[in-house]
Design a protein. Structure first.
Length: 414
């Protein structure tokens, strides 16, 4: 990256100013130039940009560098800025547009999930996606939608009018679950079980209307679109937060976007969205009151890598929560599972993703396989959607979210 910036400066190119112009320029204005440059690239014409791009494609976007580097070098951040400029010069692969649009099309596809799931079960379609689009092992939409579970449980969508109607006692126990595309549409059972448990523990959960988070856009360098999405989502969440009811996210990676990418872009205008365990750790007194209703059990938590490196204190929060409920939790120290959002689903990265998984997650799962079979779903828990997806893909093991583990121990009276 330093060499790339040095070469730009030799040509009197200001990367920041160029990026600003790119964001203001119409997609179609620069299209002819991108086509010409891409044809030159196909002919093998040298450009140092290609070497930088190759290096940047090796970044998983796990953000371990941000949390662990002494000087907080943010590789995913400057990777996004580089990709924005690189693809203003060259044509993007189709997979980038597919991944970037995923959050926007999921709500529509989820209305009839079988129309999405059925084709993915066909070998020719999977082959076409892997070879043509560059995406492998695309996950299936949840059969039971989150909306159906909310109607079953009587959980409403959060709105200013709904929040204003809460009484003082309800407001003290209320929490707004902020949706993300991956858990709400691919892993809706986790969100549904979270709502079910919160109601059983005498909280008053509400669900924020779905709005795209924009993280996939940021990862792939669609920074103009990310700015627009982040601003619109923040406006809605800040309006809900004005009620005083806390905002809480289910997936660690998507939730941490609000305190990282959103904060860099919007400053104090970024909404405050807590991780589930951060909020629950502030409710220990109420959790302790529910302790007699739970059967004792021991669990092992396999945390998301972004949680471990960028929200280390939150792992201790999980232990406090389980202890308050009379449950034992041991947090394992593991590396990245290798999925890292959509990285592991990209055909070019699949084998690298598998290798990363084999380095730390696979041996741990192997050591616990006997115990896992004895306990049904097992005592292994994973907080990240990507981690659960990766484990099922490469090890054939279905891991539960920590709150699903708690829910399984709850004795429902009557």
């Amino acid at each position: 990256m330093r060499e790339w910036l040095r070469l730009l400066s030799q040509r009197n190119v200001d990367a920041v100013e160029t990026a600003r112009k790119v964001r203001e320029q119409s997609f179609f204005v620069g299209l002819p130039r991108r086509i010409v440059n891409s044809l030159a690239k196909a002919r093998g014409e040298y450009d140092f940009n290609h070497e930088v791009n190759e290096a940047m494609q090796g970044c998983l976007g796990c953000k371990s560098c941000v949390g662990q580097c002494p000087v907080k070098v943010d590789v995913p951040e400057f990777r996004s800025k580089f990709l924005e400029l690189y693809y203003s010069r060259y044509l993007r692969p189709l997979k980038d547009y597919f991944v970037g649009s995923l959050e926007f099309v999921m709500p529509h596809l989820a209305r009839l999930p079988q129309l999405y799931n059925l084709p993915l079960g066909l070998k020719p379609v999977r082959w076409l996606l892997e070879r043509g689009l560059g995406l492998a092992d695309s996950p299936l939409l949840a059969r039971k939608t989150l909306r159906a579970t909310m109607e079953e449980l009587g959980v409403p969508y959060a709105s200013p009018a709904c929040l204003a109607a809460l009484g003082p006692e309800q407001r003290n126990r209320a929490v707004i679950i902020v949706q993300d595309a991956f858990t709400s549409y691919f892993d809706a059972g986790v969100v549904g079980d979270t709502l079910r448990l919160l109601k059983q523990l005498d909280f008053v959960p509400l669900v924020a209307p779905f709005r795209a988070n924009g993280k996939p856009l940021h990862v792939h360098g669609f920074l103009r679109q990310f700015r627009r999405v982040a601003q619109g989502n923040s406006d809605m969440l800040n309006e809900l937060a004005a009620s005083g009811v806390p905002l809480v996210g289910v997936d660690p990676s998507m939730t941490l976007t609000y305190r990282a990418e959103y904060r860099k872009l919007l400053g104090e205008g970024a909404p405050r969205v807590q991780l589930l365990q951060e909020w629950l750790a502030g409710q220990l007194e109420q959790l302790q009151q529910q302790r007699p209703r739970l059967n004792p059990a021991r669990f092992q938590l396999l945390p998301h890598c972004s949680e471990q490196t960028n929200a280390t204190a939150s792992l201790r929060d999980w232990q406090s929560i389980f202890e308050a409920l009379g449950l034992e939790l041991h947090t394992e120290s593991l590396g990245c599972c290798g999925m890292a959002g959509t990285y592991g689903h990209e055909t070019a990265h699949k084998e690298t993703s598998r290798t990363i998984f084999q380095q730390s997650w696979a041996p741990h799962l192997s050591r616990n396989s006997g115990r896992d079979k004895a306990d049904g779903d097992g005592n292994l828990l994973a907080s990240g959607y990507s981690c659960r997806c990766q484990t099922k893909r490469f090890a054939g093991v279905t891991l539960r979210h920590p709150l699903q583990g708690v829910l399984a121990q709850l004795r429902v009276e009557g």
